[in-house]
Design a protein around this ligand. Structure first.
Ligand code: ADP
Length: 647
């Protein structure tokens, strides 16, 4: 195969520039990233070799090796891992295949907003590209286990890369960096200095489970036959093969002995994230079953968390050997964002995904981990509210999905929920806090759903609630609609939509009185109500008088089991075919429009253009709740005519 020159994807070039120029001030991290990839490649080989032992050549050693050439100024990082085929090189190096990158990059280019940048980098593992921070040319030679030929990839990070076939004695990957001049100001060290390499490894990659080896030159004083240092002080250079890392799995070390920085480095390795985790959690279970877990809650959600493509974050180890990545059986889906490692002493090495599901150890571990994580989140909410709210902004939606879909004890998640509310505008509120503030005669927890917080706040549905100082939770996330179907009570209080059913605030006495008055008025206005209903038959099920409005003339309400308009829109947007729901149009008997309508229509029997008024009232109610008009053209016509008349 001749050498082929390829262009980087535009996205990759943009990302490369970001990485090289602005991401890290300390360029030493390139080594952590390349070692992390090498370690993953070794884990993958070990995993594949469980079922395909022929992948291992005679005398295969799992190791990472660093080689420096201080004359040529190169550093090579070699691993005897799984390697890559030519297609894999093209797919993994030089392309960012994941969907959504382009949009994120475009946003990032507009103004390097740090949140977008974080998301981007977090997602695409700048890992390999970080080599270009310290090298002006990178050569990668790799041979996939089980394949006879190797692939060479080379680039100066400029916009193109070359790819060709080559030979490599055994499987694995070697990455050779043509080192840039050391430059303290730009944070670039002399990476041909093995002493510096050793200290970086000790600091950032000590926990890597495979040996990171390097030949180190050492001066030794010459000794005479008796072992005494020679009087002339002569010395010789000895070459020593040294392992730089301690290789002790970090999760087996007591948390009190591990520093925060060590956890962060480990997190970055397992999570392929470059940010710090929000929280780490080191667990050990002893008893009939023995296992360790080191879990992390990331500080930023991956952008595909809700795309159905986001992978589960835990790796499963059996006796310190990784047997599965992205294990789906260790956590329920609503905790899929948790990253880390679970290591069990009781699992066989060759367990398959299928048997794993039924394994009683796994069921046990899953229960245990779920309980621990929920408890940790509760503590975070109790003790570090600001942090918790930051967490909630990133991952709240997944927990709400959990409430909606989880069949086993979804109520365990209720204390974790946070809401926007009509009263508490600055911070969010939990259900318990809401209940605490409830009025003595208030029986239910009220909420309203919609697309936009501001629209909800000025919704006619909230008028009477506001007048009585009754707090209403504002639910603006599409998943909220589904969540409330499965969140019917909290602390024995029912959850009720402010836009559904009869309005029932106030004491029983009060309610009774109000109801009687309404009935009375309803009789008086029955002709108007009937005429409006007759005209709007196609759109509304009933027209009645309202006691939930103070300022607005009209609103639309559903009955207890109706879908909200928001949910209806969502369902309509999906593949579900469903008939249009008709709701109830409520009119405010105190409002001047309604009073005049009644005066003229009922008392004087004039023609007040009841149809036009009916259409406008319905339009008003739809706009007020953030819904779409049934007939925009007609509404506009009526509006223009009304204005014309008024002027
Ligand atoms: P990340 O490691 O976060 O996925 P990288 O850009 O560092 O991102 O690497 C991209 C992919 O290239 C890896 O996911 C892996 O499939 C492959 N890769 C990188 N380095 C190696 C290596 N040393 N051996 C085998 N595959 C590798």
């Amino acid at each position: 195969m001749a050498t082929e020159t390829h262009e980087f994807q535009a996205e990759t070039t943009a990302l490369l520039n970001l990485v090289i120029n602005s991401l890290y001030t300390n360029k030493d991290v390139f080594l952590r990233e390349l070692i992390s990839n090498a370690s993953d490649a070794l884990d993958r080989l070990r995993f594949e070799a469980i079922t395909s032992p022929e992948l291992l050549q005679d005398g295969h050693q799992y190791e990472i090796r660093l080689e420096v050439d201080s004359i040529k100024r190169t550093l090579t990082i070699q691993d005897s891992g799984i390697g890559m085929s030519r297609d894999e090189v093209v797919a993994n190096i030089g392309t960012i295949a994941k969907s959504g990158t382009r949009e994120l990059l475009q946003q990032a280019a507009k103004g390097a907003n740090s949140e977008i940048l974080n998301k981007l980098i977090g997602q695409f593992g700048v890992g390999f590209y970080s080599a270009f921070m310290v090298a002006d040319k990178v050569e990668l030679v790799t041979r996939r286990s089980g394949e006879p030929t190797a692939t060479r990839w080379e680039s100066d990070g400029g916009g193109t890369f070359e790819i060709s076939e080559t030979v490599r004695e055994s499987n694995g990957t070697s990455i050779t960096l043509n080192l840039k001049e050391a430059d303290l100001e730009s944070g670039i060290g002399d990476y041909s200095d093995t002493g510096l390499l050793e200290s970086i490894i000790k600091r950032h990659s000590d926990f890597i489970a495979h040996p990171i080896k390097c030949e180190v030159e050492r001066k030794e004083m010459e000794r005479d036959e008796e072992g005494q240092i020679k009087p002339d002080g002569a010395s010789k250079t000895v070459i020593e093969d040294r392992t730089f890392n301690a290789m002790k799995p970090i999760w087996t070390r007591p948390a009190s002995e591990v520093t925060g920085d060590e956890y962060t480095d480990f997190y970055r390795h397992v999570a392929h994230d470059w940010m710090k985790p929000l929280k780490s959690l080191s667990l050990k279970a002893e008893g009939t079953l023995e296992y360790w877990a080191l879990l992390f809650i990331p500080s930023q959600a991956p952008f595909d968390l809700h795309h159905g493509t986001s992978a589960f974050g835990l790796q499963l180890y059996a006796k310190q050997v990784m047997i599965m990545e992205n294990c789906e059986d260790l956590l329920p889906p609503f905790l899929r964002f948790v990253k880390g490692v679970v290591d069990s002493a009781d699992l066989p090495l060759n367990i398959s995904r299928e048997t794993l599901q039924q394994d009683r150890h796994i069921t046990h571990i899953r229960k245990w981990l779920t309980g621990k994580i929920i408890k940790t989140l509760e503590e975070l909410k109790r003790d570090e509210r600001e942090q918790y709210e930051a967490f909630w902004k990133q991952f709240g939606r997944v927990l709400k999905e959990g409430v909606a879909r989880e069949s086993a004890q979804p109520e365990r998640l209720h204390p974790l929920l946070l809401f926007d509310s009509s009263e508490n505008r600055e911070t969010m509120t939990s259900l318990a806090e809401y209940v605490e503030r409830m009025k003595d005669d208030q029986e239910a927890i009220y909420y309203i759903t919609g697309e936009d917080r501001e629209v909800l706040l000025s919704s006619p549905h909230l008028e009477a609630f506001a007048a009585r100082g009754c707090e209403v939770l504002l639910l603006t996330d599409p998943v909220d609609e589904i969540m409330v179907q499965n969140l019917t009570t909290f602390d024995e209080k029912p959850l009720r939509s402010a836009a559904k059913g009869e309005f029932d605030l106030g004491s029983g006495e009060e309610q009774k009185k109000v109801k009687e008055e309404l009935d009375e008025k309803g009789k008086e206005l029955s002709d108007v109500l009937e005429a409006v209903q007759k005209h709007l038959e196609e759109h509304v099920r009933e027209v009645r008088l309202s006691n939930r409005l103070t300022n607005s003339p009209a609103c639309l309400v559903g009955s207890e089991h109706d879908m909200s308009p928001q949910l209806e829109r969502l369902m309509r947007g999906s593949q579900y075919q469903m008939p249009k729901q008709k709701r109830i149009l409520e009119l405010n008997p105190e409002h001047a429009i309604v009073v005049k309508l009644s005066d003229r229509f009922v008392k004087d029997n004039e023609d007040p253009k009841i149809e036009d008024v009916a259409d406008m009232l319905l339009g008003f109610a739809l706009i007020a709740e953030g819904s779409e008009l049934h007939d925009v053209a007609r509404f506009n016509q009526l509006l223009a005519a009304t204005l014309d008349e008024a002027l």
